[in-house]
Design a protein around this ligand. Sequence first.
Ligand code: MN
Length: 329
Amino acid sequence: MELNNHFKKIQKLIEAHDTFLLISHIHTDGDALGSILALYHYLTRSGKTVEAVVPGKIPAQYAFLPGIQTVNRLSDRETLQYIRQADVTFILDISALERMERWYEPVMQSEAVKICIDHHPGSCPNVDLALIDDRRIATAEIIYEFFESVGAKLNREMALSLYTGILSDSGSFRFEGTDTFTLSMAAELTKFDIDPAWVYRQVFERSSKAQLRFWGHVLSNLQWEDHIDWAVVTKQTMDRFGVTIEDMNGLVDIIRRDASANVFVMFVENSNKEIMVGLRSKDGFNVGEIARMFGGGGHFHAAGFSSFQPMETVVEQTLKAIKEKKARN
Ligand SMILES: [Mn+2]
């Protein structure tokens, strides 16, 4: 099978080289970090030199991940130098290569063998080896399959990293795409002394009072029409509540609880006056298609894009596209 051939090729590349870079996307999450760290522990155990990089800040909630202090360990200058020297670069969970942000150009221009492992459809043109499996709910699932296929023994560090990846991307085993594979994998991983309630607490029960009050505000101001729910969040509002863009994580999944809607949109203005649009759906509406219309990407039920147009324009155009698609469906 093609996937197994890819796994074998990756293992051969690992055996043949010494210096590895692991990189993932801006606005990092449990799957990006979990995938990075699982591979990090595997490679260092195999005696390799490894550095891990993510653009932007690492949210404090991931401090429990074993080895997290090694991610972004290097200064910017050292990182740039390392990117140029690495033999092999693993690009993980990236969705769009540009999401490497300021490391995008140096990575793509480097001579390293570039391997992309991802569960986002259509991700990673122009790399040496792209292992994309959009049936998987998390990149961590594909990394787990890789370990299984090459007979790599897991340890607790690898197991906890992988578990966090699937827990995070599946919204704690609730979202579309959670399947027998996900749950069997979770069951296997818990054998490594992993307490599901404890990991859940680290990933999902970390809200500040400011965040909860802010969520209350957003939920009170929810707008809806034609079974579409949406919320508009300006930078000014976030400042007033003392929250940042990271405090938005998980909010759209609360809105998704509305039984009377099937498409859910969050419009959030970041500090660069950029509008980040997060899309969710249920009942067979493909929000990935909407995101791609506006230059973004993602999955059938969870996707996103960003725009430098004014907020009103972005809201109007997005809702128009969703309504038109609904009319066609
Ligand atoms: Mn992911």
